[in-house]
Design a protein around this ligand. Structure first.
Ligand code: FES
Length: 636
């Protein structure tokens, strides 16, 4: 019998020698992706042998040589011959539906295939000859002499901190060490030294610092494999839900350092969990790659963001640089280097630059539109050679805020709504099939479209009382429609006319921004070849309904693609490839940002968009055909 340990879960299984890893995992109920049922033709069961003796069966599918060189093989073609430690990468662990949701992952794989994996950090095992009277080079020169054999012609430089550690570390490790180098361009910088031989790594942390949520991924930089991922609320929320209140808090005495401490502490907490789950050491994490909006990056870096909200809205830094993590208050990861992805403007941050990378905008091609919908709607339009961008305030409407019964995406949030035109009955779908708790952004969009298509509201978003919808009522001076009935009237979940006004303003601002970009580019909506939607919100969005209310332009649905968390994906691409680090800077420098605050054209477009779907129905030909004729005396 052999003991087979599966990472990153750490689960250990006793199995007979001669079985394939695929068979062992399946018998133990450990999920591995497959679409060929283990006959070696699909390539979906990729795993990495960390330790142990194995044999390879022949296969008609062969993994890329670079992966094979790093110990990757197909689980269904790998037979165990001894005790083994096996790593299952995220792409092999995810269920098919989860993979499908992350279309962005596919873009990432394509992007990396284009340029190859070429991270800043590289790791080498050095077995150094013992010093002697005949060979009495300094400790550092001894390291340099061996390392330069691996990277001939490169200049090697140690950091001061590593130099301080070298004397005892080399002697305690019998002169056998694993060295991590950072490719600074002009030289390879020795950033870390560990005892003994490490067969995996180096690793990087990819961090998306969202205003609401922090997401952290642990990735192996040499292979691109994701070893773990975790998320939590951004603890800065306690000091203000939106970015503006945080900027105000940062101006108070000690406010900025407090906000910085909170977010760094949270990132380290998440990193610790991921590192422990993967049986690694904090010293294995060489780089931290941070993406987020411009204000979030200022707060993490401890740089005053105050002037971002004062005309002419100029940030202190546009980032795109490396620094020692210790300078920002990292303790667990004090030996790491941090890279802040570049920002474009005060309201166009690294998250958008990362998103454009994840959507493949670094490559010239047809006209594409990228939209990230949150509190702000950020959008970029271009063909890879040029980019036009703008940002408009959507308010919290699409995140479930600003509505009487609005909620974030939580279990029980109403995410889908269907109204029966004859009976006016409302069918709802909630997140996790839980009892309804409120209506999230996608639910509000569904609801607005259904109210309109069923004649319950008119084109201005006002309730039409000539329809006899028995769910329409007046409450506390405002008209409302009952979406879900509670035990009593006070527990009903409703949408009010004021909520609808908020939604109308938010969708009008977004669409006006899109129109302005397209007009400035001197093209028309039909010229859009692809529309990419970033962010978690997009995943739950019903596209037809979003077009019905005039939030998205009326283009064929097969031209629209959800990409998931592109801020995180873009940061991961940068972590894996120096080429993409350069491309991120190029993209940021090529974006022409349109300031909407004083644009009269924007105001005109905005006013025109304050109707369902729009003042100009010819812009929404597919919707015009769906608007039912008014029924006299019907339920709705
Ligand atoms: Fe298809 Fe292994 S399961 S190649």
């Amino acid at each position: 019998m052999s003991r087979i340990k599966f990472m990153p879960s750490g689960r250990t299984i006793n199995a007979r020698k001669g079985k394939t890893i695929f068979q062992i995992a399946r018998e133990a109920g450990i999920h591995l992706n497959t679409s060929c049922n283990g006959v070696g033709t699909c390539g979906k069961c990729k795993i990495k042998i960390i330790e142990g003796k194995v044999d390879q069966l022949t296969s008609s599918y062969s993994l890329p040589q670079t992966l094979q060189d790093q110990g990757y093989s197909l689980a269904c073609r790998t037979v165990v011959l001894s005790d083994c430690t096996i790593f299952i990468p995220q792409e092999t662990r995810l269920l098919g539906s989860e993979l499908l949701e992350e279309r962005g992952e596919i873009h990432l794989t394509e992007a990396i295939d284009r340029v190859g994996i070429n991270p800043r950090f590289r790791r080498a095992y050095l077995a150094l000859p013992y010093p002697s009277l005949e060979d009495n080079l300094s400790d550092w020169q001894r390291i340099e002499r061996e390392a330069v054999k691996i990277w001939p012609g490169r200049q090697l430089v140690p950091t001061y901190r590593v130099l301080q550690e070298i004397p005892s570390l080399l002697r305690d490790s019998d002169w056998k060490v694993t060295a991590d180098f950072f490719d600074r361009g002009d030289a390879l910088l020795l950033t870390n030294l560990q005892k003994g031989k490490k067969t995996i790594g180096p690793f990087g942390l990819v961090v998306d610092v969202g205003t609401t949520t922090l997401v952290v991924e642990l990735i192996e930089l040499s292979s691109g494999s994701v070893w773990g991922k975790t998320s939590r609320y951004n603890p800065q929320i306690t000091y203000g839900e939106d970015v503006i209140s945080r900027v105000i808090y940062a101006r108070q005495e000690g406010g900025l350092s407090q906000l910085q401490r909170e977010v760094v502490k949270a990132i380290e907490h998440m990193a610790k969990k991921l590192i422990e789950e993967s049986n690694l050491s904090p010293d294995d994490v060489s780089g931290i790659y941070v993406s987020g909006n411009t204000i979030m990056l200022h707060l993490l870096a401890g740089i005053d963001p105050s002037f971002i909200r004062e005309e002419p809205y100029v940030p202190a830094a546009s980032f795109g640089w490396w620094e020692d993590a210790s300078k920002f208050g990292f303790h667990l990861l004090e030996k790491s280097l941090v890279y802040f992805l570049p920002c474009v403007a005060s309201v166009l941050g690294a998250d958008i630059v990362a998103g454009l990378l994840a959507a493949g905008f670094d490559e010239p091609g047809p006209l594409r539109l990228f939209i990230d919908i949150g509190t702000n709607g950020e959008m970029v339009f271009g063909n890879g050679d040029w980019f036009l961008a703008c940002s408009c305030s959507a308010g919290p409407a699409f995140e479930g805020g600003g509505a009487k019964h609005g909620t974030r995406v939580i279990p029980g949030a109403i995410e889908e709504v269907k109204i029966d035109r004859e009976t006016c009955d409302v069918e709802i779908v909630t997140v996790g099939d839980m009892p309804p708790q409120g209506i999230c952004g996608s639910g509000l969009i569904d609801l607005l479209a259904e109210l309109y298509l069923n004649g319950i509201i008119d084109r201005r978003g006002k309730f039409d009382f000539t329809c006899k919808a028995n769910r329409l009522r007046k409450s506390n001076g405002d008209y409302e429609f009952v979406v879900s009935e509670g035990e009593d009237k006070t527990k009903d979940i409703t949408i009010t006319e004021a909520d609808i006004d908020n939604l109308m303003r938010a969708k009008a601002a977004l669409f006006a921004g899109i129109r302005l970009l397209i007009q400035t580019g001197n093209v028309s909506i039909e010229d859009i070849d692809k529309l990419y939607i970033a962010g978690v919100f997009g995943r739950y969005l019903d596209l037809e309904k979003a077009i019905t209310i005039g939030l998205l332009p009326d283009i064929p649905i097969d031209k629209i693609e959800f990409l998931g968390n592109t801020s995180l994906l873009g940061a991961r691409i940068v972590a894996l490839s120096q080429d993409f680090e350069r491309k991120a800077k190029e993209i940021a420098s090529r974006i022409t940002y349109l300031e909407l605050a004083r644009s009269s054209r924007f105001m005109d477009e905005y006013v025109s968009a304050l109707f369902l779907p729009h003042t100009h129905l010819d812009l929404f030909a597919s919707v015009a055909g769906k608007i039912p004729k008014k029924k006299k005396g019907g339920s709705c």
